[in-house]
Write a protein that binds this ligand. Sequence first.
Ligand code: ADP
Length: 170
Amino acid sequence: MSIALYPGTFDPITFGHIDIAMRASRIFSRVVAVVAQNPGKNPLFSIDERLDMVTSSLLHVPSIEVISYGGLIVNCVKEYKASVIIRGLRALTDFESEFQMAYTNRKLYDAAETVFLMPSARYTYLNSTMVKQIIRLGGDITQFVPEYVHRKLLLKVGGGGVAAASGAEG
Ligand code: ADP
Protein backbone atom coordinates (compact mmCIF):
# COMPACT_ATOMS: atom_id res chain seq x y z
CA MET A 1 0.00 0.00 0.00
CA SER A 2 1.54 3.30 -1.04
CA ILE A 3 0.81 6.28 1.15
CA ALA A 4 1.32 9.74 -0.31
CA LEU A 5 1.47 13.03 1.55
CA TYR A 6 0.32 16.18 -0.18
CA PRO A 7 1.79 19.12 1.76
CA GLY A 8 1.00 22.78 1.21
CA THR A 9 0.15 26.04 2.89
CA PHE A 10 -3.33 26.07 1.31
CA ASP A 11 -3.86 29.78 2.12
CA PRO A 12 -6.56 29.22 0.93
CA ILE A 13 -7.17 26.00 -0.98
CA THR A 14 -8.09 26.58 -4.66
CA PHE A 15 -9.47 24.45 -7.47
CA GLY A 16 -5.84 23.92 -8.55
CA HIS A 17 -5.01 22.21 -5.23
CA ILE A 18 -8.20 20.16 -5.46
CA ASP A 19 -7.34 19.07 -9.00
CA ILE A 20 -3.96 17.74 -7.80
CA ALA A 21 -5.54 16.00 -4.78
CA MET A 22 -8.01 14.21 -7.09
CA ARG A 23 -5.25 13.07 -9.41
CA ALA A 24 -3.20 11.80 -6.46
CA SER A 25 -6.16 9.89 -5.05
CA ARG A 26 -6.50 8.02 -8.36
CA ILE A 27 -2.90 6.83 -8.14
CA PHE A 28 -2.23 6.17 -4.45
CA SER A 29 -4.21 3.99 -2.06
CA ARG A 30 -4.06 6.58 0.71
CA VAL A 31 -3.44 10.32 0.36
CA VAL A 32 -2.92 12.63 3.31
CA ALA A 33 -3.26 16.35 2.63
CA VAL A 34 -0.93 18.08 5.07
CA VAL A 35 -1.77 21.67 5.91
CA ALA A 36 1.60 23.14 6.84
CA GLN A 37 1.64 25.83 9.50
CA ASN A 38 4.27 27.81 7.58
CA PRO A 39 4.43 30.92 9.80
CA GLY A 40 7.29 32.16 7.61
CA LYS A 41 4.79 32.72 4.81
CA ASN A 42 2.63 34.86 7.08
CA PRO A 43 -0.63 33.18 6.04
CA LEU A 44 -3.87 35.15 5.88
CA PHE A 45 -5.82 32.28 7.45
CA SER A 46 -4.96 30.52 10.72
CA ILE A 47 -3.96 26.87 10.65
CA ASP A 48 -7.42 25.87 11.94
CA GLU A 49 -9.19 27.95 9.31
CA ARG A 50 -7.07 26.43 6.54
CA LEU A 51 -7.59 22.93 7.90
CA ASP A 52 -11.34 23.52 7.95
CA MET A 53 -11.41 24.82 4.35
CA VAL A 54 -9.21 21.99 3.04
CA THR A 55 -11.34 19.38 4.83
CA SER A 56 -14.56 20.82 3.47
CA SER A 57 -13.14 21.14 -0.07
CA LEU A 58 -11.83 17.57 -0.24
CA LEU A 59 -14.88 15.77 1.16
CA HIS A 60 -15.71 14.37 -2.29
CA VAL A 61 -12.18 13.07 -2.93
CA PRO A 62 -11.87 9.32 -2.20
CA SER A 63 -9.15 7.87 0.07
CA ILE A 64 -7.99 11.24 1.31
CA GLU A 65 -7.59 12.57 4.81
CA VAL A 66 -6.54 15.99 6.03
CA ILE A 67 -4.20 16.89 8.88
CA SER A 68 -2.18 19.89 9.98
CA TYR A 69 1.51 19.72 10.74
CA GLY A 70 4.00 22.14 12.18
CA GLY A 71 7.29 20.36 11.63
CA LEU A 72 9.49 19.15 8.80
CA ILE A 73 7.57 17.36 6.11
CA VAL A 74 10.01 14.45 6.07
CA ASN A 75 9.22 13.81 9.74
CA CYS A 76 5.54 13.68 8.86
CA VAL A 77 6.40 11.24 6.06
CA LYS A 78 8.13 8.98 8.58
CA GLU A 79 5.28 9.21 11.08
CA TYR A 80 2.77 8.13 8.44
CA LYS A 81 5.10 5.52 6.95
CA ALA A 82 4.52 7.23 3.62
CA SER A 83 6.77 6.80 0.61
CA VAL A 84 5.66 9.69 -1.60
CA ILE A 85 5.44 13.47 -1.37
CA ILE A 86 3.04 14.95 -3.93
CA ARG A 87 3.62 18.41 -5.35
CA GLY A 88 1.77 20.24 -8.07
CA LEU A 89 3.81 21.61 -10.95
CA ARG A 90 2.31 24.48 -12.87
CA ALA A 91 4.41 26.66 -15.09
CA LEU A 92 8.18 26.56 -15.48
CA THR A 93 8.39 29.21 -12.75
CA ASP A 94 7.55 26.55 -10.13
CA PHE A 95 10.39 24.36 -11.23
CA GLU A 96 13.43 25.91 -9.54
CA SER A 97 11.98 26.10 -6.04
CA GLU A 98 10.25 22.72 -6.29
CA PHE A 99 13.47 21.11 -7.54
CA GLN A 100 15.36 22.60 -4.61
CA MET A 101 12.75 21.44 -2.10
CA ALA A 102 12.60 17.92 -3.54
CA TYR A 103 16.38 17.55 -3.36
CA THR A 104 16.47 18.95 0.17
CA ASN A 105 13.80 16.49 1.28
CA ARG A 106 15.71 13.67 -0.39
CA LYS A 107 18.85 14.66 1.49
CA LEU A 108 16.92 14.68 4.76
CA TYR A 109 15.13 11.41 4.07
CA ASP A 110 16.21 9.37 1.11
CA ALA A 111 13.32 6.89 1.28
CA ALA A 112 10.69 9.45 0.27
CA GLU A 113 10.15 10.12 -3.40
CA THR A 114 8.70 13.44 -4.58
CA VAL A 115 6.15 12.99 -7.35
CA PHE A 116 5.03 15.97 -9.43
CA LEU A 117 1.56 16.10 -10.91
CA MET A 118 0.31 18.59 -13.49
CA PRO A 119 -3.11 20.20 -13.00
CA SER A 120 -5.70 20.68 -15.70
CA ALA A 121 -4.44 23.41 -18.06
CA ARG A 122 -7.07 25.87 -16.85
CA TYR A 123 -5.48 25.91 -13.39
CA THR A 124 -1.92 26.41 -14.60
CA TYR A 125 -1.81 30.07 -13.66
CA LEU A 126 -3.92 29.82 -10.54
CA ASN A 127 -2.41 30.40 -7.11
CA SER A 128 -3.65 31.39 -3.66
CA THR A 129 -1.87 34.76 -3.70
CA MET A 130 -3.66 35.79 -6.88
CA VAL A 131 -7.03 34.76 -5.46
CA LYS A 132 -6.43 36.91 -2.35
CA GLN A 133 -5.41 39.89 -4.48
CA ILE A 134 -8.46 39.60 -6.71
CA ILE A 135 -10.94 39.44 -3.85
CA ARG A 136 -9.32 42.34 -2.04
CA LEU A 137 -9.87 44.43 -5.13
CA GLY A 138 -13.50 43.38 -5.36
CA GLY A 139 -13.07 40.90 -8.23
CA ASP A 140 -14.97 37.68 -8.83
CA ILE A 141 -13.19 34.51 -7.71
CA THR A 142 -16.05 32.06 -8.31
CA GLN A 143 -14.08 30.11 -10.89
CA PHE A 144 -11.02 29.75 -8.64
CA VAL A 145 -12.25 28.49 -5.24
CA PRO A 146 -15.17 26.44 -3.84
CA GLU A 147 -18.17 28.40 -2.55
CA TYR A 148 -17.30 27.68 1.09
CA VAL A 149 -13.80 29.12 0.65
CA HIS A 150 -15.26 32.09 -1.22
CA ARG A 151 -17.49 32.88 1.77
CA LYS A 152 -14.57 32.60 4.21
CA LEU A 153 -12.52 34.94 2.04
CA LEU A 154 -15.32 37.48 1.94
CA LEU A 155 -15.59 37.36 5.73
CA LYS A 156 -11.82 37.75 6.10
CA VAL A 157 -11.05 40.52 3.62
CA GLY A 158 -14.47 41.99 2.93
CA GLY A 159 -14.14 41.84 -0.84
CA GLY A 160 -15.27 45.44 -0.96
CA GLY A 161 -12.66 46.77 -3.33
CA VAL A 162 -9.87 49.20 -2.60
CA ALA A 163 -11.19 50.40 0.78
CA ALA A 164 -11.21 46.85 2.14
CA ALA A 165 -7.83 46.11 0.57
CA SER A 166 -6.07 48.92 2.37
CA GLY A 167 -7.14 47.53 5.76
CA ALA A 168 -6.41 43.90 5.06
CA GLU A 169 -3.33 41.98 6.07
CA GLY A 170 -1.25 39.23 4.45
P1 ADP B 1 3.54 25.79 -0.53
O1 ADP B 1 3.63 26.98 0.35
O2 ADP B 1 4.05 24.54 0.10
O3 ADP B 1 4.01 25.96 -1.93
P2 ADP B 1 0.88 25.94 -1.62
O4 ADP B 1 -0.41 25.81 -0.89
O5 ADP B 1 1.17 27.23 -2.29
O6 ADP B 1 1.97 25.53 -0.58
O7 ADP B 1 0.99 24.77 -2.69
C1 ADP B 1 0.92 23.43 -2.33
C2 ADP B 1 1.15 22.57 -3.55
O8 ADP B 1 0.06 22.74 -4.45
C3 ADP B 1 2.41 22.98 -4.32
O9 ADP B 1 3.00 21.81 -4.84
C4 ADP B 1 1.87 23.83 -5.43
O10 ADP B 1 2.71 23.78 -6.56
C5 ADP B 1 0.55 23.14 -5.71
N1 ADP B 1 -0.39 24.06 -6.34
C6 ADP B 1 -0.83 25.26 -5.92
N2 ADP B 1 -1.68 25.82 -6.81
C7 ADP B 1 -1.77 24.93 -7.82
C8 ADP B 1 -2.45 24.91 -9.08
N3 ADP B 1 -3.20 25.94 -9.49
N4 ADP B 1 -2.29 23.85 -9.86
C9 ADP B 1 -1.50 22.82 -9.46
N5 ADP B 1 -0.81 22.77 -8.34
C10 ADP B 1 -0.94 23.81 -7.52
